[in-house]
Design a protein around this ligand. Structure first.
Ligand SMILES: Nc1ncnc2c1ncn2[C@@H]1O[C@H](COP(=O)(O)OP(=O)(O)OP(=O)(O)O)[C@@H](O)[C@H]1O
Ligand SMILES: [Mg+2]
Length: 275
């Protein structure tokens, strides 16, 4: 594994508000927070058993943050991400996305919000095998009203953003794991979302390729994109600006990253395939 180097001090991290400040907080953050989660609980019913997957989660994420979510298996990370991504609703509590309370939205309304505001990157890439990088990237635009020329233009732009301008006509089987993951990131960006959500974006990748994906994320975040990603790896979490740790469906830790490495610098210290 690579070592964490460099030292860029980060002064962010929104602190949580105490109860008696909540009204002020609502007024203050209504316009600013991209994500505001208020005392969210989530239950899964499975026959006789009931799993209490989220147990009172409250958190705010501001525009331009880059947050890593960590925690043991089963601690509620994916449940939380699915809610942030409007794939699922909270059982109780509220979720405000860019100031809009989406907790009570029905499936259709959630799908619409998701398509407009959220880019999702899943662990397994989920690319269509017989479809080029360009077509894979353009896929989410098919559910919008934009015309064909604009679709093409956006897909080209998104691929360029992730450094794949020269791989547009390649099929997934003709690309490395990291390149396929970058196509998945381009696809997540093609509708110009407000947030990029990634559940273990480096889960299937070797160390160097993982850092390459973090380089893409840091570049996108530098350009102003808000990013929330789940990772099991401490070294990967350090590329974010803030780390939130879940345990048993609750947030146990929420800290800024003080000595944040630049992925582009770390890459210089890692061996390449040719080495
Ligand atoms: N669809 C579901 N039906 C029933 N229980 C579920 C469902 N999805 C998740 N759970 C349960 O909810 C809890 C939280 O699951 P979740 O997938 O959010 O964990 P996680 O932190 O993402 O874990 P991992 O690191 O393994 O991905 C677990 O106990 C899990 O078994
Ligand atoms: Mg998970």
């Amino acid at each position: 594994m690579f070592r964490v180097k460099s030292s860029r001090t980060i002064s962010t991290t929104a602190s949580m508000q105490s109860d008696n400040q909540s009204e002020i907080a609502t007024a203050k953050f209504a316009g600013n927070a991209v994500i505001r989660v208020e005392d969210v609980h989530k239950y899964y019913e499975l026959g006789e058993t009931r799993v209490h997957a989220l147990r009172g989660v409250s958190v705010e994420i501001q525009h331009g943050e880059f947050v890593a979510i960590m925690g043991a298996s089963g601690s509620g990370k994916s449940t939380f991400m699915n809610m942030l991504g409007c794939l699922d609703r909270p059982g109780s509590g509220r979720y405000l996305l860019e100031g809009i309370d989406v907790s009570k939205h029905d499936k259709k309304a959630l799908a619409q919000i998701r398509n407009q505001k959220i880019g999702f990157v899943f662990q397994g890439f989920n690319l269509l095998a017989r479809t080029t990088a360009l077509e894979n990237t353009a896929l989410p635009t098919l559910y919008t009203k934009i015309d064909n020329d604009e679709r093409q233009k956006r897909a080209i732009e998104a691929l360029a953003l992730v450094g794949l301008a020269d791989r547009m006509e390649h099929f997934p089987s003709q690309m490395s794991g990291g390149q396929q993951q970058r196509v998945a990131v381009a696809r997540a960006l093609v509708n110009h979302p407000s947030i990029l959500l990634a559940d273990e974006p480096t889960g299937n990748l070797d160390s160097r390729t993982s850092v390459e994906i973090m380089e893409v994320f840091q570049d996108l975040n530098d350009k102003g994109l808000t990013i929330v990603m789940v990772t099991h790896e401490h070294d990967i979490a350090q590329f974010a600006k803030r780390v939130i740790v879940f345990r048993d469906g609750k947030i146990r830790k929420d800290d800024g990253v003080l000595s944040r490495p630049r992925a582009s610098e770390v890459l210089k210290t890692l061996p390449t395939l040719e080495d």
